[in-house]
Unconditional design. Structure first.
Length: 489
C-alpha cells in the first residue's frame, strides 16, 4: 500500500511540475504579448491624436487665412472663427485658440458669443517668445513637460499667413494623460476578457496534453526504478498512440533485455570463474597436503606434482585471459601492425600443441598447399587469436580426427581458416559463440578448462584490426573458424 501511494504521489508530482511550468510559460507569454500590443497601440494612438490635432489646426488656419485683409475686424468674421474653434473643441474635446504674432490670444474656443473673442482663462495665457518663433518658422508638434501650456500636453502650432506673411498662429492643445487613460482602460478591459477566455481554453487543453505526456513518462520512470534495483523482468507499455513514446518504450524494453542478458552473463561468469578457480585450487591443495603428510608415497610424488603443475598453468591461463579482456575493454591495448608470414606463425603455434596432437593421433592438413602468406597486423595479438582457435580445435577434435589449416592473401586482405573434425555445434550455439562468458554446451565434460572468454577476445582483436571473423559448423562432421584482416586497416 505504501509503495502504491508513493507511486501515485510521484505521478501527481510529475504532472504538477509539468503543468505548472507550462501554465507559467503560457501566462508569461500572454503577458508579454499584451505589453507589446499595448506599446504598439499606445504609439498608434499617439500618432493618430497628433494627426487629428494637426489637421484641425490646419483647417482653422486655412479658414482664417481666406479672410480678406480687413476681415479680422469684421464682426461676422469673428463669429465665424469662434464657431469654427468651438466646433473643433466640441468634436475632439481639445483646446483650440489663435494668437497674434506677439503671442497674445485673440480667439479661443471657450469664448461666448456676445462679442467677446477670448475667455478669462485664455486671456491670461501668453505664448512664450521661443514657441512663437518656432510656430512662425513653419509650425511645430510637441509634447510638453513644463511650460505655459501645462504638463503632459500635446501641442500643435500652425502659422496663419496672409499675402505670404505670418499674421497669426493657430494652436491645438490636448491633455495626453486625460485622453490616453480612458483609451488604455478600454483596450485593457477588452484584452483582459480576451486573454482570460484564451487562458481558460489553453489551460484546459494543456491539462489534457500534459496528462497525456506525463502518464507514459511516469510509467516509464517506474519501470526504470525497477531496472535500477536489478529487477529486469518489468516492461514498459509499448501501446501508446504517440509514436515517440512507443519507440522510447520499445528502446527501454530492449535495453532491459540486454541488461538482463548481461546480468545473467556476469552471474554466469562469476559462477564459472569461482568454480574454475575452486577446482584446481582444491586439487593443488589436496595433492600438496598428501605429499606433506605422507599419504602419497614418495614414488608417486612426481606424478602428482605434474598434475599440480598442470593445474597451476590452467590458473595462469585463466588469469591472463581476464587481464587481457580487462585491458582490451579499457582501451589500453594499442595496435602495432607489421608485415609478417602468418603461415609460419600458425606452424609455430601448432608445435606448442605437439604433445596433445600426438596423444590424440590428430592428423594436420593444409600446410603442403599453403606456402608463405603475408599478413599486416599486430603479431602478438594475432598470436592470441591463432592460439585460442587452435586450442579449441585440438580440444574438440576426437582421437584420430583431423585439423585443417588454410591461409592466403589476395593483395587486399589475408584470410585464415582453421577447421577441425568432430561433433560440431548447433545453430543456436554458433549464433552466440563469440559472446563474452558464453561456453558451448556446458554439459560436455571435455570442455572443463574454459571460462567463455577466449572466442570473445578473439573477435575483439579481429575487430580492432578492422577485420571480420565467422564460425561455421555441421553437427557430426566439423567446426570451422575463418577470419580476414585487410591490408588497408
Amino acid at each position: 500500500m505504501k509503495t502504491k501511494n508513493k507511486r501515485v504521489k510521484n505521478k501527481s508530482n510529475l504532472f504538477r511540475r509539468y503543468f505548472g511550468v507550462s501554465a507559467l510559460t503560457v501566462l508569461l507569454g500572454f503577458m508579454f504579448i499584451g505589453f507589446v500590443m499595448m506599446f504598439f497601440v499606445a504609439g498608434q494612438w499617439w500618432t493618430d491624436k497628433v494627426d487629428v490635432l494637426t489637421r484641425n489646426a490646419q483647417n482653422i488656419a486655412g479658414a482664417y487665412s481666406t479672410l480678406d485683409e480687413n476681415g479680422f475686424y469684421s464682426e461676422n468674421d469673428d463669429e465665424m472663427i469662434k464657431n469654427a474653434l468651438r466646433f473643433m473643441h466640441e468634436a475632439t474635446l481639445s483646446d483650440y485658440f489663435i494668437t497674434d504674432i506677439q503671442g497674445d490670444v485673440i480667439f479661443c474656443c471657450d469664448a461666448d458669443m456676445n462679442g467677446i473673442n477670448v475667455c478669462a482663462v485664455h486671456r491670461s495665457l501668453t505664448v512664450s517668445e521661443e514657441h512663437m518663433k518656432r510656430a512662425m518658422d513653419g509650425g511645430f508638434t510637441d509634447y510638453t513637460t513644463e511650460d505655459e501650456f501645462g504638463i503632459g500636453k500635446f501641442v500643435v502650432a500652425v502659422p496663419i499667413k496672409h499675402n505670404g506673411e505670418v499674421v497669426a498662429v493657430t494652436y491645438a492643445v490636448e491633455d495626453a494623460i486625460t485622453g490616453f487613460l480612458p483609451y488604455v482602460a478600454g483596450i485593457v478591459q477588452s484584452m483582459s476578457y480576451t486573454i482570460l477566455l484564451a487562458l481558460i481554453v489553453v489551460f484546459i487543453a494543456m491539462y489534457f496534453t500534459t496528462k497525456g505526456i506525463t502518464k507514459p513518462l511516469s510509467e516509464m520512470q517506474e519501470v526504470t526504478t525497477h531496472f535500477a534495483k536489478g529487477e529486469f523482468s518489468h516492461r514498459a507499455n509499448e501501446d501508446y498512440t504517440k509514436k515517440d513514446f512507443s519507440n522510447f518504450a520499445k528502446a527501454l524494453n530492449k535495453m532491459a533485455d540486454e541488461l538482463r542478458i548481461s546480468d545473467e552473463s556476469q552471474k554466469s561468469f562469476v559462477a564459472n570463474v569461482s568454480h574454475e578457480l575452486k577446482t584446481p585450487m582444491t586439487s593443488i591443495g589436496g595433492f600438496i597436503d598428501g605429499i606433506l603428510d605422507g599419504t602419497i608415497p614418495p614414488e608417486e610424488e612426481r606424478k602428482y606434482l605434474s598434475i599440480v603443475s598442470s593445474e597451476v598453468k590452467r590458473l595462469s591461463r585463466m588469469v591472463v585471459s581476464m587481464l587481457n579482456l580487462s585491458k582490451i575493454e579499457a582501451g589500453e591495448v594499442q595496435l602495432a601492425p607489421t608485415v609478417y608470414d602468418v603461415s609460419k606463425q600458425i606452424f609455430d603455434t601448432l608445435l606448442s600443441f605437439e604433445r596433445k596432437i600426438d596423444e590424440k593421433k590428430i592428423n594436420i592438413e593444409g600446410f603442403e598447399d599453403m606456402g608463405s602468406v603475408n599478413m599486416k597486423a599486430d603479431k602478438d595479438l594475432i598470436q592470441q587469436v591463432i592460439y585460442n582457435l587452435l586450442d579449441n580445435a585440438v580440444k574438440f577434435t576426437p582421437d584420430n580426427g583431423t585439423i585443417t589449416v588454410f591461409a592466403n592473401n589476395d593483395g587486399e586482405c589475408t584470410r585464415v581458416r582453421i577447421r577441425n573434425s568432430g561433433a560440431g555445434v548447433t545453430e543456436e550455439e554458433i549464433s552466440r559463440i563469440f559472446e563474452r562468458f558464453y561456453k558451448v554446451d556446458k554439459s560436455r565434460s571435455f570442455d572443463t578448462k574454459g571460462v567463455g572468454l577466449g572466442l570473445y577476445i578473439v573477435k575483439t582483436i579481429i575487430n580492432m584490426h578492422d577485420g571480420d571473423i565467422t564460425a561455421d559448423s555441421k553437427q557430426g562432421e566439423y567446426t570451422e573458424f575463418a577470419f580476414e584482416i585487410p591490408f588497408s586497416q
